[in-house]
Design a protein around this ligand. Structure first.
Ligand SMILES: [Ca+2]
Ligand SMILES: [Ca+2]
Length: 280
């Protein structure tokens, strides 16, 4: 097991939002990539990774965004396969979504089918500590076949279930499901191009078979929306759009990083990928 001092991993994560001041603009950081790697080398690595996994593809197009793009952590950092930093560190190859913001993505020219098992995986930059605590940046996921009808994953977020905390009541995976930003990311298409289907590759996986139509969003909290028919019950076998919403959209979402005087960081998206893509 790799051992990285706790102060270092916390520094990695909290460094991200500190670059929000326009006066602090730094060139995009690639802490998860070997230094000196060129864009051509990245493109070649991405193409080789896709060739190895023919139906696995990741979003490459932003459809809409309710926030303001941070030039140090631009939306392009969310395109292509993930550049994870392993279980114990957060990647900086991320798009900073921002607290309570949402963004809609797609893959140009492709749709994502509801195939066997999980269909969608979201790679955020939360991480784990040596003591076993999870520093999560939770968020909600919705999908749509047409940009009109939206389907969610019946998210659940019980901050402290069971009462088994390591260092905070908000750092356990139990009681949390149907959300993104929970699990660390081990897969890195540049330095650790393992099979994305392996559970050990990390990321938060969702099955389109579990997506249900949002029929009442008047609570303004995805945890308490009304979810009804599945995609297949409504005659849809694939989706085109995926929406990611920062978890602080819900007043019920609290994490270790938002307590004890820490700022609410919001989600940092490394990649959003599908296992069963087809041409549109
Ligand atoms: Ca499925
Ligand atoms: Ca990335």
């Amino acid at each position: 097991m790799r051992k990285i001092p706790l102060f270092f991993v916390i520094l990695l994560l909290v460094t991200v939002p500190q670059c929000q001041n326009p006066g602090d603009e730094a060139p995009p950081q690639e802490s998860s990539a070997p230094s000196g790697i060129t864009q051509e080398q990245k493109d070649a690595a991405r193409n080789a990774f896709y060739a190895e996994h023919p139906d696995f593809r990741c979003v490459d197009t932003l459809v809409s965004f309710s926030g303001t793009e941070n030039p140090s952590f631009p939306v392009a950092n969310a395109y292509g396969p993930p550049a994870g930093s392993g279980e114990y560190a957060g990647s900086l190859d991320v798009f900073m979504l921002g607290t309570e913001k949402e963004a809609v993505f797609r893959i140009a020219g492709k749709v994502a089918a509801n195939g066997a098992g999980d269909d969608l995986v979201i790679y955020e930059n939360g991480f784990k500590t040596a003591s076993g605590a999870y520093y999560m940046e939770p968020g909600f996921v919705e999908v749509s076949p047409d940009g009109i009808n939206w389907y969610g994953f019946s998210p659940a977020f019980d901050p402290d279930s069971p009462d088994n905390e390591n260092s905070s009541p908000y750092n356990e995976l139990s009681g949390k499901s149907g959300m993104a930003g929970l699990l660390p990311v081990v897969l890195n298409y540049l330095t650790n191009p393992i099979d994305p289907a392996l559970p050990s590759a990390g990321g938060d996986r969702l099955d389109l078979g579990n997506a249900k139509k949002i029929t009442d969003s008047s609570s303004n909290d995805p945890l308490t929306y009304t979810y009804e028919n599945t995609l297949s019950a409504d005659g849809f076998s694939s989706i085109k759009y995926v929406k990611i919403m920062d978890g602080y959209t819900s007043a019920s979402v609290e994490t270790a990083l938002s307590g004890d005087g820490n700022p609410r960081n919001g989600m940092d998206l490394d990649a959003i990928c599908f296992f069963h893509t087809q041409s549109e």
